[in-house]
Design a protein around this ligand. Structure first.
Ligand code: FMN
Length: 202
């Protein structure tokens, strides 16, 4: 959270965003951008470049790769985290699991603990990434990431819902996603509030 007066009073929260796909024209990146557009003025999205991370390797901590240290800094600086995950064979993609593992180490130096967050996901398929999201909730629990319980989003991407500029073109979908954005903003705010009070008291 920024400590500037401007941000304190406008309640703009910085969200580290992990999109679990490195694919060009990713459905989940398109979906993340749609949420970002609906969150203008409430949340600022800071995308993590998960594709530049090496495979997790304990021995690399001797001289940590720049994408790893950058990611950890991005998580530390964020008021909350958002996971936007595809479902791969009824779980999260390996590239996303790898990105979740890095900031949890070195042992005792995880930057995940205590962060508020949310998981959503999009797929062309009917079950809307529900199983992948369930797996991610298990992982988040051991990392002490506090994922919002409701509302959930299991998004089946169909033509006519979100256009190529990531604008939500379907009214019902937009209302639902806007409601989710508003609730997630309030959820992150519940975690930020004590820090704001502390800053205000100083
Ligand atoms: C290896 C692999 C496994 C997949 N398994 C699932 C699955 O279990 N459930 C599902 O809904 N879609 C599955 N899909 C389809 C993905 O949802 C689809 O490719 C989607 O577009 C991936 O998201 P992205 O476009 O953001 O990369 C799978 C795709 C791949 C490549």
């Amino acid at each position: 959270m920024s400590v500037t007066n401007k941000n304190r009073y406008t309640h703009m929260y910085k969200i580290a965003v992990l999109v679990g796909s490195t694919k060009a024209n990713s459905t989940n990146m398109k979906f993340a951008r749609a949420l970002e557009t609906l969150a203008i003025g409430k949340l600022s999205f800071d995308y993590i470049d998960i594709g530049s991370l090496p495979f997790y390797d304990d021995s690399l901590w001797d001289n940590p790769p720049e994408p790893v240290t950058r990611m950890k800094e991005q998580i530390v600086a964020a008021d909350g985290v958002l996971f936007v995950t595809p479902e791969f064979n009824r779980s999260i993609p390996g590239v996303l699991k790898n990105a979740i593992d890095w900031p949890s180490r070195p042992y005792g130096q995880s930057v995940w603990a205590g962060k508020p967050g949310a998981v959503v996901g999009a797929t062309p398929g009917a079950i809307g990434t529900a199983v992948a999201q369930s797996h991610l909730r298990s992982i988040a629990s051991v990392l002490d990431i506090h994922l919002m319980g409701q509302p959930e989003i299991y998004f089946t991407m169909k033509p006519g819902l979100i256009d190529d500029n990531s604008l939500v073109t379907d009214d019902k979908t937009r209302a639902f996603l806007q409601g989710w954005v508003n609730k997630f903003t309030a959820y992150v705010g519940r975690f930020a509030a004590p820090q704001q009070l502390k800053i205000a008291a100083e």
